[in-house]
Design a protein around this ligand. Structure first.
Ligand code: GLN
Length: 298
């Protein structure tokens, strides 16, 4: 039997992927073939390999990976690792995939806190740990605490702490349970990318997203449950002048800003991502002592 070269394999699967309306086809096929070959597709050796006749075992391995992708499984789960803020994160079934959108929250936090030393940061609903770990690597932190409820996600979180040589503390538990709340330190920054998809939007998720854990996506009927509860509970875990910072879904900025204002936060702002979508809402816990002296000096 005449065997295909790796290039021919690529061509055949490029056609299958384009017939199924996938985007970034060249990139995805290269990543999957690189995985099957055990050679990073950015390595020059990969390009050299393409003219060779495919090894039967490797061809089988590649076809299995490509078939998983054809079935809609996210590329990130198949590869098992994904980059966020220039850092590697292990991912797989049971943990939300770090998204570029979320880099907006990290950017805002870094911009607001870059000149502060010895800060305490708490990342709620931490998932893979991408926000907390990226902040630890880019700010002068005394302590970073990542809180995650899901057993599966917390395994990835722990792996990612090790993988990145991070000193972030992992707190495994439900952010609404009293023992967890008590264990969270008084923080300079509390950051969270909570589940925020509405009941209606959960019905029409993109196929890839249906592979991700519902508990990381569904934010209650109007998508805002976590914003209300976290703001109410965790404002008491912020130091005076501390920042509460959320990632939000498209069009949620007005409601989330209102929640923060209702709870007494000041300088409540929103920030857009690279596509111009408002992705981050944040506010400062009013400094009561400062407010008092301001009033007295009027
Ligand atoms: N950003 C994710 C999405 O829209 C949702 C994640 C979340 O709810 N925090 O697919």
């Amino acid at each position: 039997m005449v065997r295909n070269t790796y290039s021919e394999l690529k061509r055949c699967w490029t056609k299958k992927f384009s017939d199924s309306d996938k985007e970034n086809i060249e990139f995805e096929i290269n990543e999957l073939l690189g995985m099957a070959l055990g050679i990073d597709c950015r390595n020059p050796l990969f390009a050299e390999k393409l003219i060779e006749v495919a090894d039967e075992q490797i061809e089988k391995r590649f076809e299995k990976l490509a078939a998983r992708r054809m079935n809609g499984e996210p590329l990130q789960y198949i590869l098992g690792e994904w980059e966020f803020y220039g850092l590697p994160f292990k991912v797989g079934e049971g943990v939300l995939i770090p998204r570029q959108d979320t880099e907006t929250v990290v950017d805002v936090a870094i911009r607001k806190l870059s000149d502060r030393h010895g800060i305490i940061v708490t990342d709620l609903c931490s998932g893979s740990g991408c926000i907390g770990i990226a902040l630890e690597k880019n700010l002068y932190c005394e302590k970073v605490v990542c809180v995650e409820k899901s057993d599966k996600a917390v395994e990835y979180l722990r792996q990612n702490v090790r993988l990145n040589g991070s000193e972030a503390e992992v707190l495994h538990g439900d952010i609404f349970r009293e023992d967890v709340i008590n264990a969270v330190p008084m923080s300079d920054l509390i950051v969270c990318n909570p589940p925020y998809i509405t009941a209606e939007d959960m019905q029409t998720l993109q196929r890839e997203v249906t592979f991700e854990p519902e508990s990381a996506l569904f934010g209650g009927e109007d998508g805002l449950d976590y914003y209300r509860d976290i703001t109410r509970i965790y404002k008491d875990k912020l130091k005076n002048g501390g920042l509460l910072m959320f990632e939000i879904g498209i069009g949620q900025e007005d409601e989330v800003m209102r929640i923060l204002i209702q709870h007494g936060f000041t300088n409540v702002r929103t920030r857009a991502d690279l596509l111009g979508v408002n992705r981050c809402v944040f506010g400062e816990k009013a400094d009561k002592i400062k407010l008092c002296t301001d009033v007295m000096s009027v």
